[in-house]
Write a protein that binds this ligand. Structure first.
Ligand SMILES: *Cc1c(COP(=O)(O)O)cnc(C)c1O
Length: 383
């Protein structure tokens, strides 16, 4: 082990040349108090970048999902469908609202929500006489879901969609930016995302009135009065002016980050595309993925090593790699909820979890660092 080797992360913050300028502006105007001009400008710039009516800057992507569900009137006893192959934050807000999640499998072509499984879930709900009140569609590892068949089903049953685009800011689907397809879309600016404000999120929609309501709830639901008066339950969910300043700088380099992430992916693909038993997460023809994380599957029988072996080899060299998300229907937290697999007798996400691996994909990883990662994997697999 090279003790001195610098740690290589899965995806670490990568600042550009504009962030400090914007922060300095916040300091010189003493606009450190939560709200301020950078928040308004960041909202405007994000909505222009993705091409949607408006945006509300929030303290996290999780907060954005939570407020989207509140705006849709999700409450106790309601059913909400959600992709199973995702981070827990996609579904936690369903429980915050006292509603019941039902999990939907991935399809093998995109690793995202399976229209076949979604259709079966809708039919089952229809038969039991209770349709879901919302569907949360998650875009995994920088790739949009196949929105058309999913949206067709949702509009057939007249159920609104929340698009969790926390991992897919900058990606496209049929020429349109990911995150703009549902009634509400959400982005995350957590430290590991493609751009970051250290922590933050955004709720986007064409419904400007709804966004105004979200801002109201996000600032403790203060009634318009001189004293503190509250008629509704609020949250402390707004993004601060200083963090919005970072976000404005980051947004200016987003397209560069997408290119860098895709270049990282291409180098991995060039290195391993010939290896029997390694297959990369497919990129669907309908759009461009950001390749936020390079994800692949490892067939242990053909490769001779398992995902865990590779993770251990990399960890010994101070390099971070991880399995793909553990599906939510397998999480102890959600064990009692229903799940609809892609095939009647087979779950795609279970298989992806068993064989899936995410490699270090930082847009700030140097080519030398990446070649180090590649060499270690070569040694580990003996290929
Ligand atoms: C990161 C992430 C979130 C949560 O975003 P935070 O800003 O960390 O709250 C939600 N969904 C997915 C798919 C994510 O990857």
């Amino acid at each position: 082990m090279t003790v001195a080797a610098k740690r290589i992360y899965l995806s670490s913050p990568h600042m550009g040349q504009y962030e400090q300028q914007f922060i300095a502006e916040a300091f010189t105007t003493n606009w450190i108090a939560p709200l301020g001009p950078h928040v308004d400008a960041f909202e405007k710039e994000i909505s222009e970048y993705v091409g949607i009516g408006g945006a509300a800057a929030l303290s996290s992507g999780t907060a954005a999902i939570h407020l989207a569900l509140r705006l849709l009137g999700i409450g106790s006893g309601d059913i909400v469908f959600c992709s199973t192959l995702t981070f827990v934050a996609s579904a936690n807000p369903i429980l915050y609202q006292g509603a019941t999640p039902v999990f939907i499998d991935s399809e093998p072509e995109t690793w995202n929500m399976s229209p076949a499984a979604l259709e079966r879930a809708f039919k089952a709900c229809e038969q039991s006489g209770k349709l879901p009140k919302a569907v949360i569609i998650v875009n995994l590892y920088g790739q949009s879901s196949d929105m058309e068949p999913l949206l067709d089903l949702c509009s057939k049953y007249e159920v609104p969609v929340v698009e969790d685009a926390a991992e897919s800011l900058g990606a496209t689907y049929k020429g349109k930016k990911s995150g703009t397809f549902g009634k509400y879309g959400i982005y995350s600016f957590n430290g590991n995302k493609i751009i970051t404000t250290s922590g933050g999120g955004m709720l986007v929609s064409d419904d400007l009135q709804a966004l105004e309501k979200a801002r109201f709830w996000a600032t403790q639901a203060r009634d318009p009065a001189k004293y503190y008066q509250h008629s509704e339950l609020g949250h402390n969910y707004r993004l601060s002016n200083v963090l919005a300043a970072i976000g404005r700088g980051q947004l200016r380099v987003l397209d560069q980050r997408v290119q860098a992430k895709r270049a990282v992916f291409e180098r991995y693909r060039a290195a391993f595309c010939e290896v029997d038993g390694i297959e990369f997460m497919p990129e669907a023809r309908y759009g461009q993925s950001t390749r936020w994380l390079t994800a692949l599957t490892v067939d242990q029988d053909r490769c001779g090593v398992s995902v865990n072996d590779i993770i251990d080899c990399l960890a010994e060299e101070n390099i971070e790699a991880r399995p793909v998300w553990k599906p939510l229907h397998l999480q102890p937290l959600f064990h009692q909820y229903e799940y609809y697999p892609h095939y009647l007798d087979q779950s795609v996400s279970d298989r992806l979890f068993e064989t899936g691996l995410c490699l270090p994909s930082g847009s700030n990883m140097t080519e030398d660092e990446q070649f180090r990662v590649i060499e270690i994997i070569r040694r580990c697999t003996g290929k």
